[in-house]
Design a protein around this ligand. Structure first.
Ligand SMILES: Cc1ncc(COP(=O)(O)O)c(C=O)c1O
Length: 476
């Protein structure tokens, strides 16, 4: 056992002890003494080693735990206002194949479940995809998608042709965007495409950054995404309604809008403006499709259309070739392309959606994705409105119905978020709801008042039903 030890310190001691083996016979007594001495040193060294390795292991475990805490930080509630020690973490399990287990919220606080509806995680759609089973399954052999390149003849050289084909097909089937004479740029979520658009649309030789604005309440990530790198090219300038600076600007038009669900148009109306249309929610489950959107630069994402936020796939429809080329350059500098595996999985999902949409109304098996999700959203908005009315402490936006060319009937807007106002002099709605163990995002994150909150309508059934139960029981 001793000889087998690979530790250099032990080997050094053993070598020295063996060295004593060449002592003369007259020194045998000393030799025995030396053996005992060596053995003691050896035992001592083993003990020291054991203590040392124990200490190292404990510090390693503590460090791993600390790093985990840190890396989960962005997933935790951002909205605490001091009082409650926050115990909620999204427990992400990579080993479990159960969809429910992969994003379970470990949320016990005083025995009552904390509802985290601050983020728009679209887990509601899981149910549909479970029903689809193998129809939406993709198998990718180990040898596939090794190259960086997808189609070197395309401006966006990392765009998978199959994905591009399905993007065009789904827009045709739904009738929500013009794709003719457009360049498709694929991105790691529409978040990456947003940054690519800012990069492409900013003049790189101007003495000061281009202003970026959006009408409040605006999507809460725009300010932080725009300014996170303190770019010299562009700068967040807040609410488009109060923007009165001369010179170049980029206006973000989010329609339907996150957080309030209203249909939006540009509001600045100055000559040097460039528009980016973020159409993440322009799909039939959220709003009536009135006509195909036909703008210079439009952003879409599977996150909110099909519910596959984890796939991290978005796409831009871009009229101008040079802008498409610069967006592609940004993504090349950023991530040298976009996951082919994800693009092909997204293509499959879009294909299933288009198939189901084209079949809608026929007697063939399988419900249309948009019919399914429209009915689910419709049911949820009905329950939410009933709960709010029963409580009497809150109010919700009202929407006008419109004709949906996809559903071929009049339909109601039913946004992915509820933009709810606390009534009865509650000034800080987020903190108030937090007291009822409902975590939301306060209005100030959207450039608006703290009497408003944004609540995700896209969580799983059990969480949504708990939400309406809790809201309807609040009476002030
Ligand atoms: C308006 C809007 N744009 C973009 C995004 C980001 O989408 P993705 O997941 O594709 O990055 C979101 C996500 O909530 C959004 O609400």
């Amino acid at each position: 056992m001793h000889r087998g030890s690979g530790n250099p310190r032990i080997q050094y001691i053993l070598a020295n002890c063996q060295g004593f083996g060449v002592l003369s016979k007259s020194q045998n007594r000393h030799r025995a003494l030396f053996h005992n001495f060596c053995f003691s040193i050896f035992v001592l060294s083993m003990r020291n080693l054991f203590v040392l390795s124990l200490a190292l292991n404990v510090s390693l475990i503590l460090r791993t735990m600390y790093e985990r805490e840190q890396s989960h930080h962005w997933l935790s509630f951002e909205t605490q206002k001091g009082q409650a020690v926050q115990k909620t973490r999204l427990a992400l399990s990579s080993s479990s194949s159960s969809p429910a287990a992969t994003t379970q919220v470990d949320t016990q606080d005083g025995g009552e479940k904390i509802l985290n509806l601050a983020r728009g995680d679209p887990t509601m759609f899981e149910k549909y995809w479970q029903q689809m089973g193998d129809k939406a399954t993709v198998v990718i052999p180990g040898w596939q998608h090794i190259s960086y390149f997808s189609d070197v003849t395309n401006i966006c050289w990392f765009l998978e042709p199959k994905f591009a084909k399905e993007v065009v097909r789904v827009h045709k089937a739904v009738g929500n965007a013009v794709t003719e004479d457009r360049h498709i740029v694929v991105g790691t979520g529409s978040s990456q495409l947003y940054l690519a658009a800012l990069f492409a649309l900013s003049a790189h030789d101007l003495p000061e950054p281009v202003s970026v604005v959006s009408e409040a309440p605006f999507y809460s990530s725009y300010p932080s995404m725009t300014d996170c790198l303190k770019s010299g090219l562009y700068k967040w300038m807040g609410d488009a309604r109060s923007f009165n600076k001369d010179g170049a600007y980029i206006e973000l038009v989010t329609s339907p809008n996150n957080p309030d669900g209203h249909i939006r148009r540009s509001v600045v109306n100055k000559s040097e403006g460039i528009l980016v249309h973020d159409l993440a929610y322009y799909w039939p489950q959220y709003t009536p499709i009135s006509s195909p959107a036909d703008h210079d630069l439009m952003l879409f994402t599977v996150s909110k259309s099909t519910g596959h936020a984890g796939m991290r796939i978005g796409w831009a429809l871009v009229k101008d070739r040079e802008i498409a080329r610069r967006m592609t350059e940004f993504i090349e500098l950023n991530t040298i392309g976009v996951s082919k595996d994800s693009q092909l999985r997204a293509a499959k999902i879009l294909e299933v959606i288009s198939d189901s949409s084209e079949r809608a109304g026929s007697s063939e098996e399988g419900e249309s994705f948009f019919e399914f999700s429209y009915h689910l959203m419709s049911e949820r908005w009905k329950l939410l409105r009933e709960a709010v009315e029963h409580s009497g402490s809150f109010s919700l936006p009202e929407f006008h119905p419109g004709f949906c060319t996809f559903l071929n009937r009049v339909s109601e807007p039913q946004p992915a978020f509820a933009w709810m106002k606390c009534e009865r002099d509650i000034e800080d709605c987020e903190s108030f709801l937090q007291g009822h163990k409902i975590f939301t995002r306060g209005g100030e994150h959207f450039g608006f008042g703290t009497e408003y909150v944004r609540i995700s309508m896209l969580d799983r059934d059990d969480n949504f039903h708990l939400l309406v139960k809790r809201l309807s029981a609040i009476h002030i």
